[in-house]
Design a protein around this ligand. Sequence first.
Ligand code: C2E
Ligand code: MG
Ligand code: MG
Ligand code: MG
Length: 292
Amino acid sequence: RAKTAGGGTFCFYSTDMNARSIERLEMAAALRHAVERGELLLHYQPQLSLRTGKLIGAEALVRWLRPGHGLVPPSEFIPLAEELGIIAGIGEWVLREACRQNQAWRAQGLPALTVAVNLSVRQFETQDVVSMAGQALRDSGLPPEALELELTESAVMADAEAFVHSTERLKSLGVTVSLDDFGTGFSSLCHLQRLALDRLKIDQSFVAKAASHPDSAVIAQTIISLGHSLKLAVIAEGVENAEQLELLRDWGCDEIQGYFLSRPVPAKDLALMLAKQGPVLIGLTEVASIPD
Ligand code: C2E
Ligand code: MG
Ligand code: MG
Ligand code: MG
């Protein structure tokens, strides 16, 4: 309905819509300064090898501690940052901070871990991600093999040729490259073969239904054998219970990540888990004792 705004002008929006667009504008204005104001932080979600029962990596997941709004999840501000064209600055901060943190853990003598960083397709359009990664590695002193970069299928589809080239350059840096949310996009098998990938991440939607929906189970199994045929490691994300873990292990999945193991946690909590691997993996003792 039309509403009379102050000053007698007509505004053809419902009050509700008006409130939402104002909130969005405020959010955009605040987000533009989030990096320089030090409001971003990373949580880390551990990844477990089903072969060794040990933690092998952690995915860095960004959060925004927005004043007056608490901890904002990435789903609420990453798409906005992409629209506003300010994802490059956020992406660079995430990459540098993840490298710095991983190197700090190593310097503390904690078991070596790979840190995985998500890259948005828009970053490839607006910045030289490969040089940026090289710079972040040099500045932090982190060895390249301790950094993993996650791309999505949608990114690959946007410009397959450019991506083949980018992944080759990333590979020559010595970092690990993985394809996130695999199975939800429509990347062709031909692309998959040409990309210089190391790892496939089975999308959590298939994991969630692995025990209850035969179709999802078949898809998960197919991704595992496809990955292995292409000599890629396969990790399942979104593992929430023991039943899912058992299935994935039976199907030969290499690694898992999910709430069953741990939610994404602040860096200091991840360091504690690393320091005391035994107690953390109590629920997974069968996994740890499985002979290879
Ligand atoms: P993603 O990369 O696929 O990350 C996995 C998401 O699933 C994370 O959500 C994680 O908290 C959640 N998750 C992990 N285990 C479970 C589980 O067992 N059950 C369920 N239901 N969920 C689980 P989060 O942290 O909210 O991140 C959402 C998405 O935001 C990420 O999906 C990624 O696409 C994006 N994102 C996060 N950090 C960054 C970043 O630094 N840069 C960019 N470009 N995107 C990011
Ligand atoms: Mg990811
Ligand atoms: Mg994912
Ligand atoms: Mg996802």
